[in-house]
Design a protein around this ligand. Structure first.
Ligand SMILES: Nc1ncnc2c1ncn2[C@@H]1O[C@H](COP(=O)(O)OP(=O)(O)OP(=O)(O)O)[C@@H](O)[C@H]1O
Length: 309
């Protein structure tokens, strides 16, 4: 795979002296989906705005498809599609004209076949002659994506694509993102919904206080940082942990009918066999056993713990 977006030591200090980006470096491969997570004010929008040329960096370098975002701005910008968080559409324009107009702004010749393909991918084709005002909220969000794709960009930025969107529409949006990836579009999205990153991202980047504190393959991250727990259900409740089981640091749950054991997936031994033997030696009878792994949310909360922003 080749790198389509390269960010090197990117810095942004706003006019008042506030340092919103403190030297961010990151390479993004063509065709991947990267989710940027971070608390409010962490610098996610500043990062996107800087790459897209809306905000001027105060240090560092960014190239998109080999074009420098400052010295070769037009080349870089033509490869980028930006879906803003706010819906800012002309209410009485038709959908088709809205998307055609966006394409024209980039100096691209009219290409209705391409626009048709975009609208079909986004399930908007049958609304092409509708005025924007007649579309639902979820459709309007998809129109924003259609506009951002109108000039055939290779990298699409989605700034909180599902903020305030209901669960069904959120899932629709995730399907749309998966379709775009299948078409070879590289996608960088910011989100506050950790489940969103968990559902659709290939890699996850976590930003806090202007620093990219972690970027990792989602599955590797979850495997590396995830704790695992085993929950043992007993046939009769316990008042306290029996002495032979004390060494396992168990927690009682479900009114004493459950025991939770936390272990390190990567340790030399999990201790599960010993635990089950000790349970049998203590004369306890099992009703059920379940395992569970910590979610991306648990990992995120651990990483940004203590961040006041
Ligand atoms: N034009 C500006 N002038 C001064 N400070 C700014 C400006 N824009 C943003 N900031 C500050 O930079 C920091 C990062 O803001 P940014 O909008 O990038 O965060 P974010 O991670 O996108 O937050 P959110 O999740 O709330 O959208 C914040 O402290 C913000 O107040």
């Amino acid at each position: 795979m080749s790198v389509i977006l390269s960010i090197r030591d990117l810095q942004k200090t706003y006019a008042g002296g506030f340092q919103a980006l403190k030297g961010v470096s990151l390479d993004i491969e063509q065709g991947e989906i990267l989710a940027l997570l971070g608390p409010n004010g962490a610098g996610k929008t500043t990062l996107i705005s800087t790459i897209c040329g809306i905000t001027t960096p105060t240090g560092g370098q960014v190239t998109v498809g080999g074009y420098d975002i400052i010295t070769e701005f037009r080349g870089a910008r033509s490869l980028i599609g930006l879906v803003p968080q706010e819906v800012n559409l002309q209410p009485f324009e038709t959908l088709m004209n809205t998307v055609r107009f966006s394409r024209g702004l980039f100096g691209k010749p009219r290409n209705d076949a391409y626009v048709e393909n975009v609208l079909r991918t986004l399930s908007l084709w049958d609304k092409k002659d509708n005025q924007i005002t007649t579309l639902s909220g979820g459709m309007k969000r998809r129109v924003l994506i259609a506009k951002a794709l109108s000039h055939e960009p290779r990298v699409l930025f989605l700034d909180e694509p599902t903020a305030g969107v209901d669960v069904d529409l959120r899932k629709d949006m995730w399907d749309t993102v998966a379709d775009l990836k299948a078409d070879g579009v590289t996608i960088i999205l910011t989100t506050h919904y950790i489940e969103e990153a968990e559902a659709i991202a290939d890699r996850v980047g976590i930003i806090t206080r202007g620093e990219l504190v972690l970027v990792e393959e989602k599955t590797a991250l979850m495997a590396r940082m995830g704790r695992k727990q085993i929950e043992v259900q007993l046939t009769a409740p316990l008042q306290s942990i029996p002495a032979p089981l004390e060494k396992y640091a168990l927690e009682l749950c479900d009114g004493g009918e459950g025991l939770i054991y936390t272990y390190d997936v990567h340790g030399p031994r999990t201790g599960i066999t010993g635990l089950l033997n000790s349970i049998a030696e203590a004369g306890l009878t099992l009703r059920d056993v379940q395992t569970r792994q910590s979610s991306l949310e648990d990992i995120f909360v651990d990483l940004v713990k203590g961040d006041p922003s």
